[in-house]
Design a protein around this ligand. Structure first.
Ligand SMILES: NC(=O)c1ccc[n+]([C@@H]2O[C@H](COP(=O)([O-])OP(=O)(O)OC[C@H]3O[C@@H](n4cnc5c(N)ncnc54)[C@H](OP(=O)(O)O)[C@@H]3O)[C@@H](O)[C@H]2O)c1
Length: 326
């Protein structure tokens, strides 16, 4: 099969087309003829040599795919050969065929193309796991999303708005701020010209937000602690602004705050399967009704994966980048 491999750690140019054997299925896996693969920032980190591949995972990049089931032990499962599915995988998505744990596959929501469905797994699993499971966003609570136009951000804004929450989101330009608001954020905040903490305090009458989904960390952490409401929760999913911060731990203590974080990729198939079940029951109906939509910024041919990485690292995109495969 044709695939994209990381020849050596480095810039986008190290992504090269190659020929590989089709993946050998392990117990509990099915084989997908890939129609499209999503591109995510962690793929860029892996390409640059900053995100080690978990033991046993494919060395090929790509954490999410959509396509058609062509093989696998499907007895007793709800899946069948020929069915269109999307899947969260630990690697191997940038290829014509990809092995996926059956328990981490979901049917393609009705009405979606493979390209649209390939945009779903990585961001929806991550947002659900962090905002709802770890940070326990509850009915009537407010959310601040840092990086509102990232793949993660567009998912978090739409999903939490569709579930009835007030959502605020930061972004690095006025165009992006308006995009956040078009997606459902009550107020987009240009972090280059505005102080997100002050804006959030003003919008919540001085109370602060209940949950922050953060991909920046670094110097943002003390500012985030300042604009969390009492009992607020900060969920950190990336360190775009660095891993070191000086915080007033007294605030965490006095105001009963929670600071948490996680990475999805190394978690077990069973952990991800529990999220898949939640997504299927609670989120897939919102997608099928059109309330929540995949937000594709640009689609590239598989062969042009390096172009997709260049665009992602320019941060000019709003939403998801996709590779069209078969
Ligand atoms: N922990 C996990 O399990 C997990 C899973 C998936 C992804 N992630 C991480 O989540 C992040 C988003 O992933 P993605 O694939 O959605 O990436 P992406 O689309 O490339 O988004 C990255 C975004 O960060 C924004 N940004 C950079 N500096 C910022 C700042 N100081 N304040 C606010 N926003 C800032 C950029 O937009 P601006 O132009 O607005 O700056 C850009 O939209 C990545 O860092 C990725 O590694 C973590």
């Amino acid at each position: 099969m044709k695939a994209i491999e990381i020849t050596v750690p480095g810039g986008p140019e190290v992504l090269q087309v190659c020929e590989r054997e089709q993946p050998q299925l392990k117990p509990g896996e099915l084989l997908i003829k890939v129609g499209a693969a999503g591109v995510n920032r962690p793929d860029c980190l892996q390409r640059a040599g900053h995100y080690p591949v978990p033991a046993g995972a494919s060395d090929l990049p790509g954490l999410e795919v959509a396509g058609t089931i062509v093989d696998g032990d499907l007895a007793g499962s709800p899946f069948y050969v020929g069915q269109r599915v999307c899947a969260l995988v630990q690697g191997g998505g940038y290829a014509e065929f990809c092995a996926a744990p059956l328990a981490n596959c979901l049917p393609v929501p009705k009405g979606l193309s493979d390209s649209e469905a390939a945009c779903l797994p990585e961001t929806f699993f991550t947002v659900w796991s962090n905002v709802f499971d770890r940070a326990r966003l509850a009915s009537g609570e407010t959310l601040l999303v840092q990086g509102g136009t990232s793949g993660i951000g567009v998912t978090a804004i739409q999903l939490c708005r569709a579930l009835g929450h007030r959502v605020f989101a930061t972004a690095g330009s006025d165009v992006k701020v308006r995009a956040c608001e078009a997606l459902g954020a009550e107020r987009g905040i240009n972090y280059r010209s505005e102080d997100f903490g002050a804006v959030v305090k003003e919008l919540t009458n001085g109370r602060g937000v209940d949950v922050i989904l953060d991909m920046v960390a670094g110097s943002y952490v003390p500012r985030e602690i300042n604009c969390l409401a009492d009992d607020g929760r900060l969920a950190i999913i990336a360190l775009l602004g660095g891993s070191k911060a000086e915080v007033d731990v007294g605030q965490i203590l006095r105001r009963r705050l929670t600071v948490t974080g996680s990475t999805l990729r190394p978690r077990s198939v069973a952990f991800k399967a529990a999220i898949a079940e939640q997504l299927y029951g609670r989120v897939w109906p919102l997608i099928e009704s059109g309330l929540v939509k995949p937000t594709i910024f640009k689609t590239f041919a598989l062969e042009n994966a390096s172009e997709a990485h260049r665009l992602m690292e320019s941060s000019e995109h709003i939403g998801k980048l996709v590779l069209a495969v078969n």
